[in-house]
Design a protein around this ligand. Sequence first.
Ligand SMILES: C[S@@+](CC[C@H](N)C(=O)[O-])C[C@H]1O[C@@H](n2cnc3c(N)ncnc32)[C@H](O)[C@@H]1O
Length: 253
Amino acid sequence: MDTAAADPPSATYDRIGIGYSEIRRPDPRLHALIGQALKGARTVVNVGAGTGSYEPEGVSVTAVDPSEVMLGQHLGTNKVKAAAEALPFTDGSFDTAMAIMTVHHWPDLHRGLGELRRVADRQVVFTWDPTHRTELWLLEEYLPEIRELDHARFTPVTEVADALDAHTVTPFSIPHDFTDGFQCAYWRRPECYLDPIIRQASSTFAQLPPSVVEPAIARLRSDLDSGTWHRRHADLLGQQSMDYGYRLLIAGR
Ligand SMILES: C[S@@+](CC[C@H](N)C(=O)[O-])C[C@H]1O[C@@H](n2cnc3c(N)ncnc32)[C@H](O)[C@@H]1O
C-alpha cells in the first residue's frame, strides 16, 4: 500500500480534499433526515465538518476540522482547526454536535465521541455499519481490497450507539440518484466508478494504490462494454434505493 498508508489521519484530506465539494454534493434526502434530527437546535458544532455539507440553515454553526484544505472550502465564518478528540470548547457549549461521515477517520473514536457528549446536549452521527450484510457489488466482484480497508476503519454501529448512549438509530437507503459521491452512491450508475475524479472523492479509493485500482476498473469497463455487468445486475436496475448499511444515530436531548 502506498500514499495514504503513511498519512497522519488528519492529513488525508489535506491530500485528497481538493475539489471535494464538486463531487460530494449534499443530497437533499439525507439533508432532510439530518435536519429532522437537528430540529430545535440553536447552536450546532459540526465536527469533521469538511466543506459544511448537511449543516442546518438559520442556526449558529461552528465548523471543526483538522484539515485546512477542507476548512478552506467551507463557506461559513465560524471555523476552528481542531480534531474531534480534543475539542477546544467548554462543557455544554452547544445544543447539538453533528458528525457526518467522519467518525471512521478519527484515530480515537471513543475519545472523539466522548468529546461530542461533553460539549453538546445532543449528538447526531451519520456513519456506515461494517456488519451490514448487503454489500456493494464493487467490493464483491472487483475490489475486495476496499472491504479490508473499510472494515479496519469503520466501527460496528452497535458499538458507536453504545458509546453515545444513542436512543435512535435510523437506516438510510441510498437513492439511485444520490448526489453525495461517497462510495456506495453509484450503486446503479456503475460507469461513474470509471471516472478518476469521482474515485478520488472517496477516501477509500484514494487510499488504494493504482496497481490495485486500475486493473479492477479495467475489468469493470470491459464488463460494461460487453453488457456482462448489466446482465449480472438486472435486478438492481429496477430498484429505487438500496440499504447498504448507512445509519443516522441520535443521542441526548
Ligand atoms: C468524508 S469527510 C466528511 C465531511 C462532511 N462531514 C461531509 O459530510 O461532507 C471526513 C472529514 O473528517 C475530517 N477528519 C479527519 N480526521 C478527523 C478528526 N480526528 N477529527 C475531526 N475530523 C476529522 C476530514 O478532514 C474530513 O473533512
